[in-house]
Design a protein around this ligand. Sequence first.
Ligand code: ABU
Length: 577
Amino acid sequence: MDFRGHGFVSPPIVKPKKTNFVSQTVTGYHIGMRNLSTRSKGVQVHEVQRRKKYIYGVQGDEEDKGKFDNIESFMPDFSNVYASDLLPSQHGGEFTECFLLEVVDILLCYIRKTFDEKSKILDFHHPHQLLEGLDGFNLELSEEPEPLEQLLVDCRDTLKYGVKTGHPRFFNQLSSGLDMIGLAGEWLTATANTNMFTYEISPVFIVMEMILLKKMHEIIGWGETEADGIFSPGGSISNLYGILVARYKKFPEVKTKGMAALPQIALFVSEHSHYSIRKTAAVLGLGTDNVIEVKCDERGKMIPLELEENVLRAKRMGLTPFCVSATAGTTVYGAFDPLDNIADVCERHSLWMHVDAAWGGGLLMSKKHSYKLRGIERANSVTWNPHKLMGVPLQCSVVLIREKGLLESCNQMCAEYLFQPDKHYDVGYDTGDKTIQCGRHVDIFKLWLMWKAKGTSGFEVQINTFMELADYLYKILKKKENFELVFDGEPELSNVCFWYIPPRLKSISDEYERQQELQKIAPKIKALMIEEGTTMVSYQPHEDKVNFFRMVFSNPATKQSDVDFLIDEIERLGKAL
Ligand code: ABU
């Protein structure tokens, strides 16, 4: 029966019976069938059977077969309920509640699996398979509305064919893990559905952002200064802000006259720096040729002497150096540039010092490890991504600027429809004219809530644990016969870079040929891992080094046993290659 538009009275929610199913997958709301339709009791029995199948369909996958055989509870029948029956429709309140509870059940089921190490990290399919449609999961959009039942199945399938980035054996990216408080923060943020550009529509979030900025200024060592900053959509954009403001500080005329009014300006980075700096140079019209890459030592740290020589050479060539972007935690090696020495060079040549601490910034939270960023307090701007080592759900990135007011004067456009100067509150709290975007997502609440939940000390413990795990892996690999470290020396960050050398390669005496073969090993092992869905770790070639694995720890769910698993798994998948 289609009860849309029939003045249907929405169902009361009855507290659940406790069943196996409830304890495993459902928070436990149960809706009396009489309220969902006017079917006879006989039909209801049939309906219960159908619902069991439906529950399995929505919640289950291959790993769950047989788990739900005793299901007595059933969910509301959403096969004839549509989005138009939900709020704000007149009687949409309870349907909305039921529907969202079902969505939460799907999420909870996924979350439980995420933390089950035996659960697969992913159920890999090639793009053409997703495009063609999988087992009732059709990504094509329809002309007519689809029932909520289909939407629930789609929600389940979207997670089913995705990647569990919170899984204890997901090591693929610098951002991983799934923090329950951060997740709650993200849910709240989505519910609030507001915009960070003005205080008038985000009063609480704007003040939270100010408090967090101040806290981060203090941690960096700018406590005495009235500093500034903005949360941005990721580390690349935060880096862009740093360089943008650096250029504006030296050449404020660029805002109105453009690059044609400037000399040929040059920017310095290490050869191990993140590619976003070169991208910034392209975006800002500096040109990537004017990004000068400075040599690193064997650990991937910028060599300050080389920096100074490059600055002098650039000047001799008629370029105008304006900025150095140092890195605190390189993406592949996890190296920290010597910030104090770089700051000296910047001072001698009046250069803006930006520090890309997107990855390594988290170490500032650790009394034991923060010395690795010594000199960061001398930077003019800093990028720091709490969505990496601090485990805040994506995305959460900040650019911190030591001089207050620069961000606004650089980016301000005074749109009168949004930033009216005669508002009845202190318009200094409107942040929208500091940014290069107009609308800005609320990324602050989840960080604020996590900080409340953990305290500064909780982040410290978390980050120290990552470092202990990196040390554990490093020490094992040092002793393992078929593994070779890319560089020796204890990890400074949680990166550990290594090759797996299958026994076959040991007999290849020609070094060139051996390297050619070794280049193929990590991609092959990774492909097998993904096909089996057991773990995920990234690999890359780097400069003259052929493909190697880059292990990183940023997932609070990871334990030593997961590290052991990774090593065994690489060996299992790779020994016959
Ligand atoms: N620099 C963005 C993160 C890259 C990574 O997860 O490996």
